[in-house]
Design a protein. Structure first.
Lengths: 146, 733
């Protein structure tokens, strides 16, 4: 009996040690909308993404990147996007990618560490975003012209 | 007057005769019925013996028994049957002329009966004598889980996890985009891995017709070859019942609306429904069962819907005492939504815009023939052949299709030498022909020979050693020959304790999918790599099993523990190159160390039953000098389950809890610390079930993920929401 009680106690201790606080996924805040491409994609542009910056310091962009949308491949006419963001104020910039979009997902660290980001900026101003707690802001259609 | 006298005499004579009939009898009797305590099923062949006498009988096919001609006395009757606890009824008073009625319910003696397994050494063996760690999922476990798919039940076995349906035993597989499994799945001993990707289609398994599932956790490379490097799961289907019977079962279910308004995605609830009917009977010396099943699910996410029609059957032939054969067939037709990733964590139950109409339609046919011949008391032969056809196509933009045909043939001889040595040897052939849009047209063959010797060294220890040599061909080119030896020992100094240790090599040949995949997945381009080499593993484990019974309030307990280590060389993983293009490559060496323990216990005459499992893994990538580089992706460092069942009269209550620590590494969408996007969270899932059995009918109400805990096992794929089900099943004999 003692052996059994010891085993059960040991099991529960293991549970207590191993278990973290329940941390279920829950609702998030962010911004969503539709990207439209108003003219043909340049040949050297492999894809595109919206980059979110916490400050518009155009000389140190890499230091201010908060996140980016899931990249899209070149040639498409439009794409939905959603960018998860904590509450706050941000600037959003669309960039054309001069490398394969998959590299943004798989080699982001080395891309950010490079002396120059492999991106091009289509004409247009950065867009301001104001994100509230647990709310998804719908951004008006965003048309990109290369 | 004389007439009156005659009448009086007749009356006196009648009264005397009645008196004699009532009081003049000198013996009494017993009759009654014996059934299973849990299921209520009648038990045929139960020994019914009167203690301290030679009188007795056995219960008939319907569980009834009768003993007559017992002299007046106070007696004790003992009921016994293999696999059940012995039960005594004391102080039964035998009264002349009276037949006493007894209704006996026997408890199955799960903890004390020898659990027989057939997979770990390719022969029937007491699980306590197994040289490697094995877990068993019984028919009752599956029934209590209300599981329609094995994928739901397997994570409750110590050391077993699934990531998006992909099986992983002791962390061997992780997630490889469904291409290549490091754990072998067998159905009645015949491989169930598909020909192209080498993955498992869980919906092919006829869950309600399973008699036992054996999970061999320490690689079976020496006996089973490729893919068994990370363990073997053998699903054994039942044989037909001796009496004709119809079985019906239906399950209706509903998924809860998501807990957050932001996530709600449909106006009406998502429903599931399952209906199956089966018939089972003897036909002369032979027996057969046939089952038809229909399943529909609206899905807990937008593209998770599924429609399945499934026909399966098995015929067992008993030609003569020494010859048996069985034929199994399984045909499935399915239409299902094609799941990609979620739209976003703001809408995790919705599909990415533009993919809502993507669907896959497919047909799968799996059949096998198994012939066994006992040539002498010490020797038996078996021949197994299998055919696995998979045809599917999807109507998405990619317009993908695949036609796969896989053949399997194996002969095996089991010989006992000098009463204490078992020699098992065999040869195995496999051929797969694949014609798929993203792989092209290819064929792959595997030829192997294996042998194993198991010798009792003393009455308490068994030494097992074996090896397998396998050669494989792709498109007629010989790729490689691989030798996989193994050595294991089991020491069982008492019936209640056994210790085991094993060491062996394993391997996995690359699948056609890994060598020839050429497709686009979202923003990722996957390109072929026909130069892939097999991955090799060496594995070792040591562990013990302890059984105890009748410890006061504890009816019995079983404790299983093991420590293990597996080293992988040339592990095949999908890797992006400098251009972001993914190839499957022999890129890594890896090591997985771990500890695993499980406890099953039963208390208060089976009123309470407890089951607990805990597994710890340390899965790391290594460089050529064995320096740790990183954590292997898609492996849970800690995982645990606990289930507590309570049984009172015919009512059974069950609660289950499953925990797994958050994934520390994934391949594609890494967590963004600044935004919390793609955050990995631990798993905390609670399930509850209430069931009752009335004669041959059972009803179960079950709720899975009762507290609506949300998590992902694969990035951007949310797991199932709370699911209520009501199941009703019955048997008509």
């Amino acid at each position: 009996m003692k052996l059994f009680v010891s085993i059960v106690v040991a099991f529960f201790l293991l549970f207590m040690m191993a278990c973290e606080e329940p941390e279920s996924l829950s609702t998030v805040s962010g911004v969503e909308g539709i990207l439209k491409f108003g003219n043909a994609w340049p040949e050297n542009v492999k894809g595109g993404a919206i980059i979110i910056l916490d400050s518009l310091d155009l000389f140190h962009v890499a230091d201010h990147i908060v996140t980016f949308s899931t990249p899209v491949v070149s040639g498409i006419d439009s794409a939905e996007y959603f960018i998860q963001l904590p509450p706050g104020k941000y600037a959003a910039v669309f960039v054309g990618l001069l490398v394969a979009p998959s590299l943004i997902a798989t080699k982001l660290d080395s891309i950010l560490a490079a002396p120059a980001l492999p991106v091009m900026l289509p004409p247009g101003l950065p867009q301001g975003l104001y994100i509230k707690e647990n709310e998804v802001s719908s951004h008006p259609d965003w048309t990109v012209r290369f | 007057m004389e007439r009156q006298l005659n009448l009086k005499r007749v009356l006196i004579l009648l009264i005397l005769m009645m008196f004699q009939a009532v009081f003049g009898q000198t013996s009494g009797g017993l009759k009654g019925h014996v059934s299973d305590f849990r299921s209520g099923e009648a038990l045929p062949g139960v020994n019914v013996l009167i203690k301290d006498s030679f009188r007795g009988t056995t219960s008939n096919m319907d569980g009834f028994f009768e003993i007559n001609g017992l002299p007046p006395d106070k007696i004790t009757v003992v009921f016994s049957m293999m696999g059940y606890e012995k039960q005594s009824v004391t102080n039964i008073e035998i009264v002349p002329g009276i037949i006493k009625n007894l209704d006996i319910k026997l408890n199955s003696d799960i903890l004390n009966q020898p659990e027989v397994i057939v997979t770990s050494t390719r022969k029937a063996q007491n699980i306590m004598e197994s040289p490697v760690s094995v877990s068993i999922i019984g028919r009752r476990d599956l029934s209590e889980k209300g599981a329609l798919s094995l994928e739901e039940a397997l994570p409750y076995v110590a050391g077993v996890s699934t990531v998006n349906g992909q099986l992983s035993i002791r962390g061997a597989s992780g997630y490889t985009m469904g291409a290549g499994s490091r754990s072998l799945v067998l159905l009645d001993g015949v491989p169930l891995l598909g020909g192209a990707a080498g993955n498992v289609s869980w919906n092919v398994v006829p869950t309600s017709e399973i008699s036992q599932i054996e999970v061999v956790k320490s690689g079976g490379g020496a006996l089973y070859g490729s893919s068994a490097m990370g363990g073997v799961i053998n699903i054994l289907t039942r044989v037909a019942s001796p009496k004709p019977e119809w079985n019906f079962s239906t399950q209706l279910g509903v998924f809860s609306q998501p807990a957050y308004e932001q996530w709600q995605w449909r106006d009406s609830p998502s429903l599931t429904r399952d209906f199956s009917i089966s018939h089972s009977r003897k036909i002369g010396n032979h027996s057969a069962w046939l089952r038809l099943k229909s399943y529909h699910s609206d899905g807990y996410t937008e593209m998770n819907w599924e429609d399945v029609v499934h026909l399966s059957g098995k015929i067992k032939f008993n030609f003569r005492n020494r010859h048996t054969a069985s034929f199994f067939i399984n045909a499935l037709n399915e239409t299902a939504g094609l799941i990609g990733t979620w739209k976003s964590q703001a809408s995790p139950f919705e599909a990415v815009t533009g993919t809502e109409k993507n669907q896959i339609t497919g047909t799968k046919l799996f059949s096998h023939i198994d012939y066994q011949f006992i040539s002498s008391e010490d020797s038996r032969y078996s021949v197994k052949s299998g055919l696995y056809l998979i045809d599917w196509e999807n109507n998405s933009l990619a317009q993908d299709f695949s036609h796969e045909t896989k053949y399997f043939l194996e002969t095996q001889n089991n010989t006992t030498l000098f009463k204490s040595t078992d020699l098992i040897s065999g040869i195995s052939l496999q051929k797969a022909i694949i014609d798929a849009k993203i792989f092209g047209l290819h064929h792959q063959e595997q030829v192997a020979a294996y042998a194993q010797v198991q010798k009792k060294l003393a009455s308490i220890s068994t030494l097992t050693t074996g090896a397998r040599y396998e050669t494989y061909y792709v498109d007629n080119d010989v790729q490689s020959g691989i030798f996989s030896p193994s050595l294991a020992i089991n020491i069982m100094p008492a019936q209640w304790f056994s210790w085991r240790a094993s060491y062996g090599k394993g391997f996995r040949v690359p699948t056609v999918a890994e060598m020839f995949a050429n497709s686009t997945l979202s923003i990722f381009q996957v390109e072929p790599n026909p130069n892939l080499r097999p991955e090799i593993s060496t594995m070792g484990e040591t562990g013990f099993t302890l059984k105890a019974a009748n410890l006061g309030l504890i009816d019995g307990l079983q404790l299983n523990s093991a420590i293990f280590q597996t080293d992988f060389i040339d592990m095949i993983e999908p890797k992006p190159d400098g251009n972001g293009t993914i190839h499957f490559e022999n890129v890594e060496n890896a090591r997985i160390r771990g500890y695993e323990t499980s406890l099953q216990a039963s208390f208060l005459n089976h009123l309470l039953e407890l089951s607990q499992n805990y597994t710890y893994l340390d899965p790391v990538k290594l460089d050529e000098n064995n320096v740790v580089l990183d954590t292997l992706s898609y492996r849970y460092r800690h995982s645990a389950t606990t289930s507590l069942g309570a049984r009172f009269l015919n009512i059974h209550l069950l609660s289950e809890y499953r925990y797994a620590s958050a994934l520390e590494s994934v391949e594609i969408y890494q967590e963004n610390i600044k935004t919390g996007e793609d955050k990995q969270v631990p798993i905390h899932v609670w399930n509850f079930a209430l069931s009752t059995q009335v004669k041959d009918w059972n009803v179960q109400f079950r709720v899975n993920n009762a507290f609506q805990y949300y998590y992902t096992t694969l990035e951007r794929n949310i797991n199932a929401d709370r699911h209520f089900t009501l199941s009703i099943g019955g048997t008509i004999r």
